[in-house]
Design a protein around this ligand. Sequence first.
Ligand code: ADP
Length: 485
Amino acid sequence: MEVVFVASEMIPFATTGGLGDVIGSLPKEIAKLGHRVSVFLPKYKKIFKKALDLELLMEGIHVPLGSEVEMGSIFGSRYGDVRLFFVEHSEYFGRDELYGTPMGDYPDNDRRFTFFQRAVVEGLKRLKIKPDVIHCHDWQSGLIPVYLKTLYQGDSFFKKTKTVFTIHNLAYQGNFPPDSIPVTGLSWDEFKFERLEFYGKISFLKGGLVYSDALTTVSERYAQEIQTQGFGCGLEAVLARRKSDLYGIVNGIDPDEWDASKDKDIEANFSIRNLKGKAACKRLLQAESGLTVDPSIPVFGFVGRLADQKGLDILAPVVEQMAKENWQLVLLGTGDDEYHKTFRILQKRHPKHLGLNITFDPQIAKRIYAGADFFLTPSRYEPCGLGPMIALRFGTVPIVRETGGLVDTVQEFDPKTSEGNGFIFSGYQSEDLFETMKQAVRIFQNERLWAKLVRNGMACDFSWARSARRYVEIYERVERKSLKV
Ligand code: ADP
């Protein structure tokens, strides 16, 4: 099959979170299964900095945007067996960030991502890539399924093309005022409750949900949760209506990307058979974070976007209690200004118990994954949650809240049977988190049980192969069916 991915993030080129990880791995896995795979991305400023052999493939592509036509270019490159296409428009994508600054989103994200999506559709025709499946990801590519079934419906070039849309996080919806309708070039007929209208706005995400031939999301549990009011972010009815086309497929991680036995960014290498190097990683992490270097002090790690979703409001009060217990926390993240402030204050108050890195830095992330004893994911909701999977690969024990994909990844450790790979709590209160941390530290202090728990985690297999096969099954299924909106 000719499979085209359209996304707004991909490691190692540009990312803000899990979406980038997925696009960095899944296309490669699909290619391994014998399909021709391409990925389309915006050509952000950050991409210039990567040592990529970019070739200008096409200049002066006419992209309709509102009543005007704007010009775009497409650059090509390769990433293993995967072809890469970068859509250039320097005014829209030549900025420091992908979507906005900590103060808020860029105000013209409707134009930026409409341009991107129409440039992809136009670009495919110019490049003569006739996809069997276009696999779209999150709101930034939600209009593509709409275009194919409206503006391009009669276009014989796309006659056989089907669309699959993956929800990585339902809370990010790409909602814009009705004025954006003309920008997209869509008819006002689309501004209806059954189509793209969402509480008086146009929702790019809803476009993907309504118009794609199949929908997937990144864990079985989240696929169920989003059909309910508590997690559906107002779209639960739309999703429930499309229940028979909605599949939960858990993300994997790239075992070569995350491998403690050969990673060059960490202090010392280690493996399930020889864990000695992990102690050296912990020493360095404590020292670099300005914490007391002492192997007997439990070190908790957190890596993630500092957003409401991530449970930072229940984590922050726990820092005081951790300090009393003489435990340590190393936090890496960037996001909402409010959390930057909260954790900066806590760090000033407890410099020996909180190591703080308000930045996006994959190298520090690896040092935390490798050097911490525990990895905290107290999320309010979590579609998949790659952090705990990566932590497990590095022998770091996850403590997670019982929600979304975290439930697919972490099994509660049972000291009687020595089975399980982490700790789970269900309430959304600081006490729930803190009680579970206390219970986890008791196991940490029991050398025999701790060694077993760490090894159980390192033995888990989160590789992509199985999930990639499931995606291909869905591609094959949509090829055979036709959807009426
Ligand atoms: P989400 O998709 O909600 O952002 P995930 O846990 O699924 O959450 O994926 C987050 C990914 O982004 C992980 O690979 C994590 O290591 C990485 N990441 C998040 N924040 C940072 C940061 N500040 N620095 C480096 N890597 C980060």
